[in-house]
Design a protein around this ligand. Sequence first.
Ligand SMILES: [Zn+2]
Length: 185
Amino acid sequence: MVDPDELTDPGPVTADTADWTWVLARRCPDCGFDPDEVGPPALAQAIRDAGQRYAAVLGRPDVRRRPAAGVWSPLEYCCHVRDVCDLMRGRLEQILAGAGRGTVSFADWDQDAAAVRGRYWRSDPAVVGAELAGASRAAAAAFERPAAGQWDWPGLRSDGFGFTARTLGGYLRHELTHHLWDVRG
Ligand SMILES: [Zn+2]
């Protein structure tokens, strides 16, 4: 167990400013995610399964090691995935509370600022493991909630991109798949 006080802040990673919404339309050449493959009702189970694979990643002895300059360590990726699970669950809850009226807008979220503010690099892998397990289970339970007609209910991201409950679930599913690819999980 590393004493967190002996760790040195590695600084922020190279910011990811890409718009990843294209993964809702076509296969991701990196992680192989296919937007047509996993939708409701398999979505919730896929989220649970991914959560368990991240738990295995967090058990690695070198979980804090960044693979290259400017790239998150597996531990930092796990912190990100934990926060994404919470974020997407919250956004789905907003969509469902909006009842399809088309007035739902998501608050802006800067993932790189969140990483710096949350000091991801300094986290305790055991704590992150418990938090990620809880976050992925909660997200999976949330994505079991929509009834058939509710999957098309809308929610607007701050950049104007229009999600539905279905595409929000697909987006989360890609995040989980892609970051497992990032950490070779
Ligand atoms: Zn991908």
